[in-house]
Ligand binder design. Structure first.
Ligand code: MOS
Length: 746
């Protein structure tokens, strides 16, 4: 990691350009190969039988019927499943969850694997799994927050303490001239990437190759190695293309482990691909929340306290919760802040990280509560937020590494026309007599970095090869990363070969936390810088070079040439330097992670402001989002086209969260009744109108060498609250449960 004030950083012509996605053509023409497209010689197919109930015990399985099927080769149940070397309750990596892999006959959630059927064809395995005809002893399932008692929770809230207090919240409540006490609820959501989870597992002795979509290649190797008792370097993950991930593809899960086990047992490659319905259980989700927000404000509208108490669902066998109350820690300058999390254990699969885990659901509740407080104070919601603008990080007092939120508010409000908004609800109608409402919310997301390594090689033909095991979920990471790589050597994008998506390459880290471009990007930038440094040393020592003798100078690469920094009169071509070396290749390496000194000194976040317009048919109570303007400041934007797409995607998920998405449990058996894309609603094109993204300029000299904050998750924050607030502004009704449904407005 270079010093963040490194004066040698120069940006070439690639960063900042709207290059189109490198994987785009392959994906839309069908030539991109996904994990499950791989069909090696001798392949077997594995299908797991899912539990149809959420709580109880499997009392019988007709294994004889399944085994009698001519295409079925093996049936695994808790009675005959071979042992694993690492226990499914172990947590070998930071993204590990306890899972169900046929360790006993207990059913802990619907869709839990209760048996695995292996067959010569997908049809045979599927048919075999149906022939098992399970019988159950059922217990009353607990699938809603009121079905079980919350318990005190000492585990962390996704890396943060479960409970955080700054200042004196009780004094804040006591001194408030206006107080608000409201409870919001958010529904369970399930990751529904276009590509469902899939693996093709192949053993060669004690070496394991996995074709598997992965957001975290090296970590996946370490995780699976643990369960199978082999060294991590014996596991190869190939993850060339992903059809989405959203957080769920960073985690080793039970179905994967069972498929790998089947491959080891049979000595043949085994493929497993989850059905859409099987996505609703064993591979993570966003847990439901109930959030109580108590806010106090003085007579001037200054917040005296934000008290955010979250109850979040988890499973009965693990501890991950949607850390919703974290959202209140970093945004507003309240006199006191308190965030608490309590968990309630339900008969559901363990939740996991889903796009903006915590901030998405937490900011939904917080931004609506802020709107309710503005209403109580008789203030414009934007003025109220500006009144409580945090100049330094609330609670810690740390300065921000950069914060252009004021500009986001101003530019977003201007584009939207916010100044014309009537203060009272129910004041605006359109030409069809539909109610019109305007609402807003603050967007906020931290900008973490993970750890990544990269390799660069400049070749004699003037091209370069860059390598890192980065994952591209479809957001265009490989394109942005290739742009950074090309810039580090001053080369045009088409001179750079970029290899990624294979665990044998230098560790590209985790595609998560909105930190992938920052982390892998800085590693690539450093690797390119290492090549430039070596070229400079070689040229300076070479009497034949026009840079001879420039030993203490620093060098920059531009247009295939090496220059002395700040002196354009002396330069040497890469090709000439390399040809004098006998056409050697110059290789460099780099790595990146967060500079701990910077992290100690500065608060680092991306910010934004989202403005929403909704129209409501007063007869049918149908709601439509007709405009959505988001202004975001997220440090350096490497590729404006792809960044805009990410922000669009996040904001569309905000529409989904506010109005569409909800997994609904049957209260008797506890299974999810809408576990397909017909019943589990997400916005389609007809639901998305007037979407606009404004990218607000922001230079950040502290966050990392390249000044990148990341845009993957922030778009969903702020948006949900803005839509809820617009619905109030149109209808005069506060609906405190997401998604908001037609029947809520009747
Ligand atoms: Mo994201 S939920 O960090 O993939």
């Amino acid at each position: 990691m270079p010093d963040t004030l490194d004066p040698h950083i120069r940006f070439g012509s690639n960063s900042g350009q709207p290059a189109t996605r490198r994987d785009g053509v392959a994906k839309v023409t069908g030539t991109a190969t996904f994990a499950a497209d791989n069909t090696p010689e001798g392949l077997l197919y594995a299908v797991f039988a899912p539990a149809a109930i959420a709580r109880g015990r499997v009392t019988s399985l007709d294994t004889a019927a399944a085994e009698a099927h001519p295409g079925v080769t093996h049936v695994l149940t808790p009675q005959n499943r071979p042992p694993l070397q690492g226990d499914p309750s172990d947590k070998p990596t930071m993204f590990s969850f306890r899972f169900e892999a046929l360790q006993d006959d207990t059913v802990r959630y619907a869709e839990q694997p209760i048996a695995l059927v292996v067959g010569e064809t997908l049809e045979a395995a599927t048919e075999g799994a149906r022939l098992l005809s399970p019988h159950y002893e059922t217990e009353k399932p607990r699938v809603g927050i009121d079905d079980a008692e919350p318990y005190g929770f000492e585990a962390d809230a996704f890396g943060k303490p479960a409970n955080t207090v700054h200042g004196d919240p009780d004094a804040g409540h006591g001194s408030a001239a206006t107080s608000l006490d409201v409870t919001y609820e958010t529904a369970p959501q399930y990751h529904n990437a276009m590509e469902t989870h899939a693996v093709v597992a192949t053993w060669d002795g004690d070496h394991l190759t996995l074709d598997m979509p992965s957001q975290a290649l090296s970590m996946s190797c370490a995780g699976f190695a643990h369960y199978f008792g082999i060294p991590a370097e014996n596991v190869t993950v190939r993850s060339p293309y992903l059809g989405g991930g959203f957080g769920s593809k960073a985690i080793p899960t039970g179905p994967y482990v069972l498929a790998i086990l089947a491959a080891r047992m049979t000595g043949r490659p085994v493929k497993m691909m989850l059905t859409r319905q099987q996505m609703f259980g064993p591979v993570g989700h966003r847990g439901q929340t109930r959030q109580r927000l108590r806010l106090g404000a003085d007579a001037d509208g200054k917040l005296t306290v934000i008290d955010h108490e979250g109850i979040s669902a988890t499973s009965t066998f693990d501890t991950f919760i949607e850390p919703a109350a974290n959202a209140s820690q970093g945004i507003y300058a309240a006199g006191a802040l308190r965030s608490t999390h309590r968990a309630v254990a339900l008969d559901v699969g363990t939740p996991g990280p889903m796009r903006a885990p915590g901030e998405a659901s937490g900011s939904a509740a917080l931004e609506c509560a802020m709107d309710e407080m503005a209403e109580a104070l008789g203030m414009d919601p934007l003025d109220f937020r500006l009144k409580n603008y945090a100049e330094t990080e609330p609670g810690t007092g740390k300065p921000y590494s950069s914060k252009a939120l004021r500009e986001c508010y101003a530019q977003g409000a201007e584009r939207f026309g916010w100044a014309k908004r009537p203060l009272q609800p129910g004041q605006m109608r359109d030409e069809h007599g539909h109610l019109v409402g305007w609402g807003m919310g603050t967007a906020f997301f931290p900008c973490p970095m993970f750890m990544a390594d990269a390799r660069a090689a400049l070749r004699a033909d003037g091209t370069a090869l860059f390598e890192t095991s980065a994952a591209d979920m479809g957001q265009g990471a490989w394109t942005s990363l290739a742009q950074i790589a090309a810039d580090s050597l001053g080369l045009p994008l088409d001179k750079v070969e970029f290899r990624a998506g294979h665990s044998g390459l230098p560790d590209g880290g985790v595609a998560g936390g909105s930190g992938h471009t920052a982390t892998a990007g800085n590693a690539l930038h450093t690797a390119g810088g290492d090549v430039v440094r070596q070229l400079g040393e070689i040229a300076a020592a070479d009497p034949a070079s026009s840079l001879h003798g420039a030993g203490n100078a620093s060098f920059v690469a531009r247009d295939g040439r090496l220059y002395i920094d700040g002196d354009d009169s002396r330069s040497d071509a890469f090709a000439d330097i390399l040809s004098r070396l006998g056409n050697a290749e110059i290789a460099g390496s780099g790595s990146a992670s967060r500079d701990p000194d910077m992290a100690k000194q500065y608060a680092m976040n991306a910010h934004g402001a989202v403005f929403a317009e909704v129209r409501i048919d007063p007869d049918l109570c149908q709601m439509r989002v007709t405009r959505l303007v988001g202004a975001f400041a997220a440090g350096r934007i490497i590729n404006p086209r792809l960044a805009e797409s990410q922000l669009f995607g996040g904001m569309i998920w905000g529409i989904s969260f506010a109005l569409h998405e909800e997994a609904r449990h049957d209260p008797r058996r506890g299974h999810i009744v809408n576990s397909d894309l017909a019943g589990y609603h997400v916005p389609v094109n007809a639901d998305v109108h007037g979407l606009e993204v404004i990218s607000v300029h922001e230079d950040d000299p502290h966050v990392n060498a390249l000044g990148i904050k990341g845009v993957g998750e922030i778009g969903i924050t702020g948006t949900v609250g803005a839509i809820g607030n617009a619905i109030w502004h149109a209808s005069g009704k506060r609906i405190r449960r997401f998604p908001i449904r037609v029947e809520d407005l009747i």
